[in-house]
Design a protein around this ligand. Structure first.
Ligand code: GDP
Length: 300
């Protein structure tokens, strides 16, 4: 799995720029540090995180702590791992809550529907029974699509008619999943722009309505973020977090030519657990986030 991840991430800008570093600069010098800085900034790691990291490496280099470029690479790896330590917390569904209610949120087109499908399969394979709530009440086609998907994959999908109130769909879904004894409920919501104040407020309402049925729920507010969005991902998360208190992230589309660095920027600014990353469109491409595998895939 690690080899496959390395292969997939190899084309990302961060892996390409970091991967070539030490052949471009075999010597330990200021140029090497400058090149690392450029690689991190251009791959969306962000200025604050990059400045911090470079400051640490420069200080140690000036104190002659590194014998050679290899030693600096080892230090870089340790620093990158440390940046991801606060967010490396996989989602644990241990049966404490039944149903374990997951509210999924995000901007349109980020891969939310695809991710829900992949998660549903993963949970089924793990032996959990689950129900999906078709909360994308803006698009009748989306509800239809989810129903068809559910029939094909043997997953119960609960839905209401077109233009139903999203909060009432969520309310019914939690009640139904509770009375029918499902292990997990994944409640979808319509994609929305983080700048649409009314729609963001609606998410808060959905959350409150879910808590009316089960005061401990939702047990996870999972936000799906497109890894190719760059620094705007931070603005999206800020707005969603304020509206609905996000407890976990899925960062999709890290395959292909994605920059990849946004994972570090998100980790630094929010420290919200990154539960999964998306490395493609196939079900197995949704991976549990493993910081070591991720960092090792980026480094030469
Ligand atoms: P939604 O509007 O957020 O529900 O987005 P969709 O689930 O419909 O996904 C939008 C597009 O992104 C689709 O073409 C998906 O196949 C694609 N997609 C989702 N996740 C990934 C991923 O991890 N990698 C790649 N390359 N494409 C993805």
């Amino acid at each position: 799995a690690r080899e496959a991840m390395k292969e997939t991430l190899a084309t990302s800008l961060l892996a390409r720029s970091l991967g070539g570093l030490f052949s471009r600069h075999p010597k330990l010098d200021e140029d090497l540090l400058d090149d690392i800085e450029t690689a991190l900034i251009s791959a969306d790691v962000g200025v604050p995180a990059t400045t911090d990291l470079l400051g640490k490496l420069r200080k140690r280099m000036n104190a002659r702590e590194f014998a050679d470029a290899r030693a600096l690479l080892i230090a870089l790896r340790i620093e990158l791992l440390a940046m991801l330590a606060p967010v490396a917390k996989p989602l644990v569904i241990d049966g404490t809550h039944k149903p374990f209610t997951i509210l999924t949120v995000g901007v349109n087109g980020v891969g939310k529907t695809t991710t829900i499908g992949k998660l549903a399969r993963r949970f089924q394979e793990d032996g959990h029974s689950l129900m999906l709530a078709a909360g994308d009440t803006f698009r009748a086609a989306a509800v239809e699509q989810l129903k068809i998907w559910g029939e094909r994959n043997n997953v119960v999908v609960i839905a209401q008619g077109q233009n139903a109130d999203a909060a009432s769909v969520a309310f019914d879904a939690v009640q139904a999943a509770t009375s029918r004894g499902f292990d997990i409920l994944i409640a979808d919501t319509a994609g929305r722009l983080h700048t649409q104040a009314g729609l963001m407020a609606e998410l808060g309402k959905i959350r409150r309505v879910i808590a009316k049925v089960d005061e401990s729920a939702p047990h996870e507010v999972l936000m799906v973020i497109d890894g190719t969005t760059g620094q705007n991902a931070l603005n999206q998360l800020r707005a969603f977090h304020q509206a609905v208190t996000v407890t976990g992230l899925v960062v999709t589309k890290l395959d292909g030519t994605a920059k990849g660095g946004v994972v570090f920027a998100l980790a630094r600014e929010f420290a919200i657990p990154i539960r999964y990353i998306g490395l493609g469109e196939k079900p197995e491409d949704l991976r549990i986030f493993d910081r070591e595998a991720f960092v090792d895939a980026l480094l030469p």
